[in-house]
Write a protein that binds this ligand. Sequence first.
Ligand SMILES: Nc1[nH]c(=O)nc2c1ncn2[C@H]1C[C@H](O)[C@@H](COP(=O)(O)OP(=O)(O)OP(=O)(O)O)O1
Length: 159
Amino acid sequence: MGAAVAICFLLRDGAAGREVLLGRKKRGFGHGKVVGLGGHIEPGETAAQAAIRELFEEACVVLDPAAVQPGGSVDFRFPAKPAWDMECSMFTCTAWTGEVCETEEIAPAWYPVDALPLADMWQDADHWLPMVLAGTVADFLVEMAEDNETVARFAVLGQ
Ligand SMILES: Nc1[nH]c(=O)nc2c1ncn2[C@H]1C[C@H](O)[C@@H](COP(=O)(O)OP(=O)(O)OP(=O)(O)O)O1
C-alpha cells in the first residue's frame, strides 16, 4: 500500500471554456512537472480534509467543503522504487474563496480542460486525467516502468 495522498482539481468556466487549476512543482517529488494540487494525508484527516488543507497551503484558496466532490482514485505504483508508491484520492471543486497564489512549493495556473499541458506532466496523466475532468469517477491503476517515467500498465479498476 502506497502513501495516502489527496489531490483536488478546481474547475471554472473561463472565456475559452472549462478550465482546471494545475501547478508546476518548484521542489520535491515531481520537481518541474505540472501536477494536480495536493499532497499527503496527515493522521486524523480524511482525504477531503487533506485536499482542502493542501489547496490552501499550495495555492492560498479556501475550498467550500460542500463543493468538494469525490473524483475517484489513482493507485500509482513504482515497482523499481516502491518508496514512491502512492494511493491518490481525487476530488473536484467548483466553489472556493480567495485568489490563487504561487507558493514556495508550486506555481499554479489555469489550463483549458481540452488543452491540458500533458507534455509537461507525468506520462501517465493522459491516461486518466481527461477522464476525470470529463466527470468519470473511477479507480485507476498506474504502474510505472523501470525508468519510473514511462507507463508499464494502466487499468480502470472500478467505475
Ligand atoms: N505517476 C504520477 N502521476 C501523477 O500525475 N501524479 C503523481 C504520480 N505519482 C505521484 N503523483 C502525485 C500525487 C501527489 O499529489 C503527489 C505527491 O505529493 P507530494 O510529494 O507533492 O506531496 P507534497 O510535496 O505536497 O508533500 P506534502 O505537502 O509534504 O504532503 O504526486
